[in-house]
Design a protein around this ligand. Structure first.
Ligand code: PRX
Length: 652
């Protein structure tokens, strides 16, 4: 971490401060810092107070049962997420309020009021039920950013059938692995998705994936990109979404009264092995967590037009496009396509068009906007914006300040929110009505959340120091386990520091107690906000017949945060031709998905290894980032590194 140490020390000397404006504070959902004390003194009391904002069919007997690594919240309560996101708003003036304001990439639009959303969710639930989906069955959703995705999620939640959303950029193999792992019964996909004016062939990918998925009985296909007759439908297996919705007519489906701990969804994410893990989120606690954080972190008001620009395929979309905003009765924008299509001003056009008040996006996007130039946002009226948020990676202070100045007119708060697929909800974040912001810092744990920074021995590190970021108390939206692999759940998160959740992130706290996130301390990369395991990429590479061995590292990258660097040794007398290098990069893309394609791929005679055969990735990182190569005394053959260095410099 030596190079990172240097960067973070420099960050912590950052002396710009942004206190909330009096005008913002006077209207903020929370403005009294007393909430931190109240939550600290009685966390369970605090969370049950927050839980009162949810409509429960039956109350809980016990707030929390905690026996690490097992956690249960609101035991005995009965609840339905779909009911809370849709039905309950129909009893209020929100009935005809916009729930989802959808903008398609080609420029087509669709607005669903809560009443219309109710109708669509019910029709979809009725269709799923006819296709045999029952409480507890798993449903896989492989779609682009179309309204049918939240509709299908809410239909699943209504039935108590856990969904697993698979990001539309994943390959057939990645989709298959996920379906097989959770034995999904139904797949919902589309004939395609729009991305930068081109069609992503979701249906073709799904067909290939389904060659090895015996658990799937039916496929529902949303018609998005071409006339229906152009799609290849498999007789007896595939049905059009629109036909099934028509067949549902005006049918309604009672929301299931579910146990608070009933599974809501499984979401796969990368870890330190080649196999993605399916994090299981449950019903009551998750809903309380995302509802509360959406309301107080984004200062969400009924009048707001809110836009989270993430993809629903990631946890950010689950929690802060679908469940958090809709349970609050918010109007949420959903955009289908790329930020630079057809022009680099697409985001600013959307904000101007809908007079959006809140924007939540990733540092990688902000850095790209910076590079494209301030003239793009400057050409639009962004004065409706009153709050900005970021998530997914550490944000450098320059990008933070640029975002506030150029998008937020130099006046909006910027909430840098730290969290994970595993945590379900934001855990370290400013509260915009009260936190004095420091650009680059995610500031403080949310009320009722106890985060700490510890050393190797699990001892708390004093202010000013750095170490491992841990969470010492359970929070309601935390994942409960890894689907089908309780042992991995324990090993991965609970074995390093007994009784404490280990995040896998490094962090520092400054003298004022502000948290500064340092990135992963394990073999997980964060490429443009996407989590990718080095092992996943390595296994994809060695599955190619020309590759004998591979080592994958993250390389600092101006826009993406990290880029993927791969070092491979080829089999036998394979020549390292430019064609083969391209083929290997594409091969990884086909195996996992284009997001995992290495940026740099260096063929090398040998990899640097210790005498016991362990690949020393640290040294490869030194080479790739042009640093003086660190301690090589444990290397089996120190000459190897010089050869790699020469190769690397040649390639660069
Ligand atoms: O390393 C942290 C980084 O993203 C990881 C979680 O990735 P994922 O599960 O894909 O969820 C991303 C969206 C919630 C974390 O372990 N990360 C996320 N947010 C931040 C961050 N790093 C620094 N600052 C953040 N605000």
């Amino acid at each position: 971490m030596s190079e990172k140490e240097g960067t973070i020390s420099a960050l912590m000397t950052e002396d710009r401060r942004y206190a909330p404006a009096a005008e913002f504070t006077s209207h903020a959902n929370w403005s009294d810092p007393e909430v931190y004390q109240r939550a600290l003194g009685d966390p369970e009391g605090f969370w049950s107070e927050m839980a009162r904002a949810i409509d429960w069919f039956e109350d809980w007997d016990t707030v929390l049962e905690w026996d690490p690594p097992t956690t249960k919240w609101f035991l005995g309560a009965r609840v339905n997420v779909s009911y809370n996101c849709v039905d309950r708003h129909l009893k209020t003036w929100r009935k005809n309020k916009a729930a989802i304001i959808w903008e398609g990439e080609p420029g087509d639009t669709r607005v669903l009021t809560y009443q219309e959303l109710y109708r669509e969710v019910n029709r979809c639930a009725a269709a799923m039920r006819r296709l045999g989906v029952q409480k507890g069955d798993r449903v896989a959703l492989y779609l682009g950013m179309v309204p049918e995705l939240p509709i299908a999620m809410l239909a699943c939640a209504r039935l108590g059938a856990p969904h697993t959303v698979v990001f539309g950029g994943f390959s057939p193999e990645s989709l298959r692995d996920r379906i097989v792992d959770c034995h999904a019964k139904l797949l919902v996909t589309a004939d395609g998705a729009w991305r930068r004016g081109k069609v992503v062939d979701l249906k073709g990918n799904a067909d290939r994936a389904l060659e090895g998925c015996p658990s799937i009985e039916n496929v529902l296909v949303v018609n998005r990109v071409a006339p229906p007759e152009q799609a290849s439908m498999v007789e007896g297996r595939d049905r059009w979404w629109h036909d099934e919705m028509d067949a549902s007519g005006t049918d309604t489906v009672e929301p299931e009264s579910l146990d608070s701990e009933h599974p809501l969804y499984i979401l796969y994410t990368s870890g330190t092995t080649g196999k993605p893990k399916g994090l299981l989120h449950t019903t009551g606690g998750y809903l309380v967590g995302v509802h509360t954080t959406a309301k107080y972190v984004f200062d969400l008001k009924d009048e707001d037009t809110y836009w989270c620009a993430a993809d629903v395929g990631w946890v950010t979309g689950h929690s802060y496009i679908v469940y958090g905003p809709l349970s609050n009765g918010a109007s949420s924008i959903m955009y289908e396509g790329a930020p630079d299509y057809p022009g680099k001003n697409r985001f600013w056009q959307i904000i101007e068009k809908y007079r959006a008040n809140i924007l939540y996006t990733a540092p990688t996007a902000i850095r790209a906007f910076m590079k494209w130039g301030a003239e793009h946002p400057a050409g639009h009226d962004l004065s409706s914006l009153r709050l900005l948020g970021t998530v997914g990676e550490p944000i450098n202070p320059e990008a933070w300040v640029w975002y506030r100045d150029n998008i937020g007119s130099g006046r909006t708060p910027v909430v840098d929110t730290w969290w994970q697929t595993e945590t379900g909800m934001t855990l370290i974040t400013p509260l915009p009505g009260m936190t004095v912001l420091k650009p680059g810092s995610a500031t403080f744990p949310f009320p009722g959340v106890e985060a700490d920074i510890v050393d190797e021995a699990g001892e708390s590190v004093p202010l000013g120091g750095g170490g491992y970021l841990v969470l010492k108390r359970p929070w309601p939206a935390m994942a409960r386990t890894i689907w089908g692999d309780a042992e991995r759940w324990y090993d991965q998160y609970w074995s390093q520091f007994p009784g404490i959740y280990f995040t896998g992130d490094g962090a520092k706290r400054d003298e004022d107690g502000y948290f500064w996130l340092l990135g992963r301390v394990d073999d997980v990369l964060n490429v443009a906000g996407h989590r990718i395991g080095t092992m996943e990429v390595e296994s994809a590479l060695v599955s190619h017949p020309s590759v004998a061995e591979a080592a994958v590292i993250g390389i600092n990258h101006e826009i993406k945060g990290q880029a993927i660097g791969a070092f491979v040794t080829l089999r036998g007398d394979q020549a390292a031709s430019p064609e083969l290098i391209t083929e290997l990069k594409l091969h990884v893309g086909e195996k996992i998905g284009p997001i995992a394609r290495p940026d740099t791929l260096i063929p090398t005679g040998e990899l640097p290894k210790t005498r016991s055969g362990k690949i020393m990735r640290r040294l490869l990182r030194d080479v790739a980032e042009g640093r003086v190569v660190g301690d090589t005394t444990t290397l089996q053959d120190p000459g190897v590194l010089d050869a790699i260095k020469d190769k690397y410099e040649e390639t660069e």
